[in-house]
Design a protein around this ligand. Structure first.
Ligand code: HEC
Ligand code: HEC
Length: 219
């Protein structure tokens, strides 16, 4: 009876445009694997959090992903190892959609926000700054031990325990990256990445460095 009331009500409310747009992700059952609501803190999910998708992703990348899902965490998602890697027959591929539906879902995801960020410049680094940050990415902080990125020859290299950063410049918002590097606790309660104490200048340079990583630069 309770469910019926909810169905009737949601049908009614979906006449209003805001709630109609919040409905597509629900209709497609995305919430069975992804957190779409900041309030859902009790449940554990088999896919990454999406309740701050509008802070984190670039809309064009979201549409592309939903048309043609790609592996971002080559080591598997922590709660769902092997997913999308095709190494388990029982794992179906990630749902994918035709253009129009993918765009509508991307727009809905862009509406899911939890913070208001300050804006960070995305201007590319100079050659010298880039070399300096690249050194720190590989040596000082050893980001590369957990994250795939591109070396100077345009080859993919790096560890697989963290999400791939090879396409970070097309996938992530610069503001979110800076936020993640300074206050990851906004987005995750028990992060698996070390919390670095970077000075503000280095932090922005790291952000700009990551924004220069794009898959079209793979050689
Ligand atoms: C069976 C579980 C499952 C369902 C259902 C599912 N996803 Fe996913 N999704 C995943 C997993 C696992 C990943 C992580 C893939 C990776 O990192 O390689 C993922 C990744 C994503 C990403 C990239 C997120 C990131 O942080 O990189 C987006 C966006 C996404 N899914 C959207 C959706 C949408 C929209 C729906 C509903 C149509 C949906 N997913 C349904 C399991 C699922
Ligand atoms: C010990 C492994 C490890 C190291 C070292 C590491 N990371 Fe991470 N990183 C992770 C993991 C795991 C995640 C996924 C979030 C989580 O589980 O907390 C992540 C997430 C990220 C994200 C967000 C990506 C996404 O799609 O969600 C960025 C950006 C990032 N790391 C950048 C860096 C940078 C820059 C450094 C070096 C200064 C670094 N990481 C060092 C493990 C690591």
């Amino acid at each position: 009876m309770k469910t019926l009331t909810i169905i009737i009500f949601s049908g009614f409310f979906s006449l209003s445009s805001t709630l109609a747009s919040a409905g597509l992700l629900e209709d497609k059952n995305c919430g069975s694997c992804h957190r779409l609501n900041a309030e859902e803190t009790e449940k554990s999910f088999t896919g990454p959090n999406l309740h701050y998708a509008g802070n984190k992703f670039q809309p064009k990348w979201l549409s592309e992903f939903l048309k043609n899902p790609e592996i971002i965490r080559p080591g598997g998602f922590i709660n769902n190892p092997g997913f999308l890697k095709g190494d388990s027959e029982s794992q179906p591929p990630h749902p994918s959609f035709p253009e129009e539906e993918a765009n509508a879902m991307a727009a809905e995801l862009m509406g899911l926000k939890i913070t208001k960020q300050t804006s960070v410049t995305t201007e590319p680094l100079s050659k010298g700054q880039r070399a300096k940050i690249k050194y720190q990415f590989e040596r000082t902080f050893s980001c590369i031990s957990c994250h795939q990125s591109l070396n100077l020859a345009g080859k993919v290299r790096g560890g697989i325990s963290g999400p791939s950063l090879v396409n970070a410049g097309n996938r992530l918002q610069a503001d979110w990256v800076a936020d993640w590097l300074s206050t990851p606790e906004t987005y995750t309660r028990k992060g698996r990445m070390p919390h670095y104490k970077m000075d503000p200048v280095t932090l922005i340079q790291f952000t700009r460095f990551l924004m220069m990583l794009k898959k079209e630069n793979i050689k």
